[in-house]
Design a protein around this ligand. Sequence first.
Ligand code: CTP
Length: 414
Amino acid sequence: MKNTTPETENLYPKLLTSLDHPEVLLAATEVGEELGCSIYLVGGPVRDFFLGRRLKDLDLVVEEKADAAAKALARKLSGRIKSHSPFGTFKIVYSGGEVDLAMARRETYPAPAALPRVEPASIDEDLHRRDFTANAMAVALSGPRRGRLLDPFSGLADLREGVLRVLHLDSFVDDPTRIFRAGRYAVRFGWALAEETLQALGRAYRTQAPLRLSPARILGEIKRILEEPDPENVLRCLEIMGLWLALELPPPPEHFSSLWPILRRNLPTRTLLKGMIIALAHGESYLLLRLGLQPGEAERYSRSWEELCRHSPELTRASSPSRRYRVLETYPPEIICAYFLHYKELEYIAKEYFKLKNISLEISGKDLKRELGLTPGPLLGRILKEVFYARLDGRVKNREDELRLARELLAREG
Ligand code: CTP
């Protein structure tokens, strides 16, 4: 095994001190010793440990007895098995977070971009099925190799050099979602693509493997891009890597970096995700379907997008905040999000819109009932709305102003 140096031999105590919840490792070790099987920490957490990053949820692999190991681990952590799959993967939740425990496995791909066929195997084979060298490392938590690093592809050296290297040249043909992953890692860690990774990309594009990805899998990857600290640069990086072209998608909309934090602060993740998809699809319904939206919503969003684009001149020519707000308020938030992502030149309107969205009236329908003798109905609604628009424009500033304007409007209405 390459890369076994004293520095990487007794990792156990160092791992324990780098965890917020070291009890997971201790419990996994106990389970391994009690059941007489080898348990390993694998993939992302090992990579992040060497990068000196905080370890999030842990990924464990066990060479046999996955079922018994998952149950025993859940018991020791006073947690529970939240989900499990027929392939011997278990998600355990406990007070400190989540742990994934999986049976060591071999994967074979029946066709490009198809889901793999899975069989139980050794940890060494399990590391061979992975995406990049830096993700193909494991630390033994129990068994004869306890505390040792398993690094069959010199992932540690690549990690230290900042190089993202595939394990074999068909990696992206087998699983084109790994191209998305490459973009995420390249941006998240500032890593460069190794020569082999570029060759693997070429192979995937020549065989058109990305085009075989199902919409659901593409959607899953876009979701993960959104979870990254810098989604915009991941999209850009994937464009440079040629993925959009290979997926027959138009390039992502131009720069939206300065808007991203604003949208993130103001919109829930679900809305952001759909907004990003609509922006990536440039509102085209066939592309929305390709990116994983359901037929009904794809149609709806596409129509709504077209309509908002038609009203663009109205928006840019509008002379007051409330006029701009009126144009936007009739559209679903996903469309507004996509629109702002798409048109960088509308940044000032986006900033203003989210500020206006936080404004509310100090008076309510009840006040109009009490003070003006209005009964609930369309007139009351109309007056409240007009007062609200006046507040957006700063024409009324407090409760007294609001009531005064409401009175004037009522008098005008006769
Ligand atoms: N993996 C893979 N090919 C994929 C997905 C996952 O080889 N298409 C392997 C990688 O070894 C990865 C591990 O499965 O390390 C776990 O996958 P995941 O949890 O998605 O990734 P992490 O490495 O934990 O990375 P992230 O920090 O992005 O969650």
